[in-house]
Design a binder for this molecule. Structure first.
Ligand SMILES: Cc1cc2nc3c(=O)[nH]c(=O)nc-3n(C[C@H](O)[C@H](O)[C@H](O)COP(=O)(O)O)c2cc1C
Length: 374
């Protein structure tokens, strides 16, 4: 049997296999509060070595889609405590993905209907997901953002620190900082979005500063062994382009090597799409070189990979040592018992896109059972 199915240690977290459930936004927590449906959904998937929750807003300002859960109010944290208890009772481990969407939001989701905040005043040609009063969901254009004042940034770093503490208090085994997919931290990292003139804009060092400040605050608060980060070096979600992603992300991982993080989570290619996707023409993004740079700088965290993996690819990645952990997204939506299916080489249910977000056209009521294993 492959090493993929053996127990291992992820920072301070002992897990029963190398299979990870990737973060999957489901828009099923009205009022930002995890409910019975969320408890059952995560409990069903507790055989994953590690569950990474759906992206979870660190503050109301960090909300960008309807019915996404939060970490910023008591009822939400009580809801999460029920989730973490259920996963632990089933023998699983669970970290929360901490999210601030930046400009990928809508005024109707923001405190007092304000503008979403970002590294820039420029609007993203991107969609967000809203739910009407009758419970039906629809995608909508994102709203025009406002660039954060330099003086506001320490406050957001503090929001991450508080959210991390709240997460641990709610029973999570750790946190994953969402640095991927064109959201706030990515909006600062990329020169295609970040047009600032202050110490958070311009050079790669300046653009990476915010992410490092967040990592620094979170690791000081909860410990590096319970802290992780997700990156998507070439994904252009939310128009998050960069002219030199290899240089940018090499700088980032070299800096991350200073911390004894639980894992670095790398989405290879375009998130949810082409694994071979890269920006520009030449050269191709080199993931092996990225890992080498991290290790050369002294980094020891588990290297987690994701995007379009199947059983054979996952076994190969872990056996060859190319990765320590493999995260599966869509396969976990359709197969709560994915680990067992992979282990026994059983057929998988195919994920159905129409069921991914929210409750579907009729609301939440008649939706949940699609992900029960056959
Ligand atoms: C319905 C859905 C929701 C997603 N939500 C998130 C999210 O909240 N945070 C995140 O970092 N990625 C999110 N992703 C990306 C997945 O984590 C993953 O990177 C992607 O699905 C590719 O992995 P896969 O081929 O195993 O599905 C989402 C993807 C899907 C399909």
């Amino acid at each position: 049997m492959s090493k993929l199915f053996d127990p291992t240690k992820v920072g301070d977290i002992s897990v029963r296999n190398h299979i990870v459930m990737a973060p999957l936004t489901r828009n099923r927590s009205p009022g930002a509060i995890p409910n019975d449906l969320n408890v059952e959904y995560y409990r069903q998937r507790a055989t994953a070595g590690l569950i990474i929750t759906e992206a979870t807003a660190i503050t109301h300002q960090g909300q960008g889609y309807a019915d996404v859960p939060g970490l910023y109010k008591k009822e939400a944290l009580d809801g999460w405590k029920r989730v973490t208890d259920a996963v632990h009772a089933a023998g699983g481990k669970i970290v929360v993905q901490m999210w601030h969407v930046g400009r990928i939001s809508h005024t109707t989701l923001q405190p007092n209907g304000g503008k979403p905040v970002s590294s820039t005043n420029r609007i993203a040609k991107a969609k967000t997901y809203l739910v009407d009063n009758d419970g039906s969901g629809a995608f909508a254009d994102t709203s025009e953002p406002r660039a954060l004042e330099t003086s506001e940034i320490p406050g957001i770093v503090e929001d991450y620190r508080k959210a991390a503490r709240a997460a641990i208090d709610a029973g999570f085994d750790g946190v994953e900082i969402h640095g991927a997919n064109g959201y706030l931290l990515d909006q600062f990292l990329r020169d295609g979005v970040n047009d600032r003139n202050d110490q958070y804009g311009g050079s790669i060092e300046n653009r990476a500063r915010f992410t490092f400040e967040v990592v620094d605050a979170v690791t000081k608060e909860i410990g590096a062994g319970s802290t992780a980060i997700r990156i998507s070096p070439v994904t252009p979600s939310g128009e998050s382009y960069d002219s030199a992603p290899q240089v940018l992300f090499t700088h980032l991982v070299e800096g991350l090597a200073r911390y004894d993080l639980a894992y670095i989570h790398v989405i290879e290619g375009q998130t949810g799409g082409d694994r071979d996707f890269m920006q520009g023409t030449n050269p191709a993004f080199d993931y092996a070189a990225l890992r080498q740079a991290y290790e050369k700088a002294g980094g020891k965290a588990n290297w987690m990979v994701n995007n379009g993996y199947d059983r054979e690819m996952a076994i190969d990645a872990v056996e060859s040592g190319r990765a320590d952990l493999v995260a599966f997204g869509k396969p976990f939506i359709a197969n709560p018992d994915l680990v067992e299916r992979l282990e026994k080489n059983l057929p998988l249910n195919a994920p159905q896109q129409a069921t991914f977000y929210g409750g579907g056209p009729k609301g939440y009521i008649d939706y949940p059972v699609v992900e029960k294993a056959a």
